[in-house]
Design a protein around this ligand. Structure first.
Ligand code: EPS
Length: 404
């Protein structure tokens, strides 16, 4: 990301999370409530553990916004950890509290614990697990909400829904879905406790999570993220690091526990002949309105969207479609074999409080990461230090496309 930059800091049981985003043009309407809506969405979802009963995330805007509008300077957010009151000595920055809680010496399989301790020379695994925790994603969602607000100015919407938890699949399919259909699936997902648009599958997913909870096990799953209303030409084919699909894949893959990312039909493309993969090109005519943002401006459109809205590393005017898989949460009540860092003796990993399933939350985090990348590509294409300037450049481009 070079036109929009962001960085986060914060430990899971530390004082709180901070995030700075630089590059949002001036004049964007922004309130803490705009951000809190997404923070609440991330905290929901059947299968979360005891921690979510403690936290009610709220973003405080420390800089970059004056009287409800961005002023062009970096925006800094702070989200307090309510759990901090239980950790104020154990996670204190002050040396005098050293040793106030016992070190964690038992690395949990599937976490950053062992590699992190070896790499950063820590005998207390807490120094690793506090930062590798998915608590950090609350701030990504906070910053992503700003990117979403920015994109909305240009008519682009980002959403997500869950399509699989454990072995339970939903009937939802995004592949041939129009923008309206995607939004409909999104609205249905918002009403489901597992963020799945298929009500029957939702119930079965809830039952599966309850069963895993009882058994002390955990579950992963698959979700989809979409972006509607994007113009043709975000990203570029000319260099590897400017390709939009590559940038999105890295961003979504960077979310804790995400182990695979697909664009459009994704891996299914490998099973089909080319004639069933490419999205043929049409031009709207009388009585044929076409579909997607591209049809309105350029007249060119597709009847299918197997490419997931990206060809040659550039948006093609169809909705951008990303699918990602989250592995099951690695903290299990079921003991897993590991080795103590100090004694080098084997033990069965001890259970700490944990979530059973966080796929619905991960989908909201992926919306945020997607929005940040798309907003970056938007600023790369249209520039602008104020929203008005970005809008002027954007509208000029649409005017050019209409005449093409
Ligand atoms: C997490 C472990 C749990 C989750 C946490 C991520 O926290 P704790 O160790 O305090 O019980 O609840 O997620 C969040 C706090 C959050 O806001 O999403 C982990 O190890 O990744």
């Amino acid at each position: 990301m070079s036109f929009l930059k962001f960085i986060t800091s914060g430990e899971s049981h530390g004082r709180g999370l901070t995030g700075i985003i630089e590059g949002i043009p001036s004049g964007l309407g922004l309130s803490a409530e705009d951000i809190d809506i997404d923070l609440r969405r991330r905290q929901g979802g059947h299968g979360r553990g005891g921690r979510m009963k403690i936290e009610t995330d709220h973003a405080e805007i420390l800089s970059g916004v004056r009287w409800g509008r961005t002023i062009g300077s970096p925006v800094c957010l702070v989200i307090e950890n309510r759990d901090w009151k239980n950790w104020s000595e154990g996670m204190s920055a002050e040396a005098r509290y050293q040793g106030s809680i016992k070190p964690v010496t038992k690395p949990r399989p599937g976490h950053a614990d062992l590699s992190g301790a070896l790499k950063y020379n820590h005998t207390d695994v807490r120094n690793i697990l506090e930062r590798s925790s998915a608590r950090e994603t609350a701030m990504r969602v906070g910053l992503g909400a700003i990117a979403k607000k920015f994109l909305l100015e240009f008519g682009a919407s980002v959403g997500s829904y869950v399509v699989q938890i454990g072995s339970q699949k939903a009937a939802a399919s995004s592949q041939q879905a129009t923008e309206d259909r995607l939004m409909k699936q999104f609205r249905a997902a918002e009403k489901s406790s597992v963020r799945c648009p298929d009500a029957t599958a939702s119930k079965k997913m809830v039952a599966l999570i309850d069963k895993a909870m009882k058994e002390g096990n955990s579950l992963g799953g698959i979700f989809e993220v979409f972006v509607t209303g994007l113009p043709v030409g975000l990203g570029s084919h000319i260099q590897w690091d400017r390709k939009l699909d590559g940038r999105l894949a890295q961003a979504v893959m960077s979310i804790q526990a995400i182990k695979g990312v697909e664009v459009g039909l994704g891996f299914e493309m490998g099973r089909r002949p080319g004639s069933q993969v490419m999205d043929e090109i049409f031009y709207k005519g009388s009585g044929d309105k076409g579909q997607g943002a591209s049809a309105e401006t350029t007249g060119f459109y597709r009847k299918t969207n197997n490419a997931g809205g990206i060809e040659g590393g550039m948006t093609n005017g169809m909705p951008v479609l990303i699918r990602a898989v989250m592995k099951p949460i690695p903290t299990l009540k079921k003991a897993l074999q590991s080795v103590d860092l100090g004694t080098k003796k084997p033990f069965a990993a001890a259970y700490e409080r944990s979530d059973t399933c966080a796929v619905p939350a991960a989908a909201v985090v992926a919306e945020a990461m997607t929005a940040l990348i798309i907003a970056d590509a938007f600023l790369e294409k249209f520039g602008g230090d104020s929203i008005k300037e970005t809008m002027r450049n954007y509208e000029l481009y649409l005017k050019y496309l209409r005449k093409f």
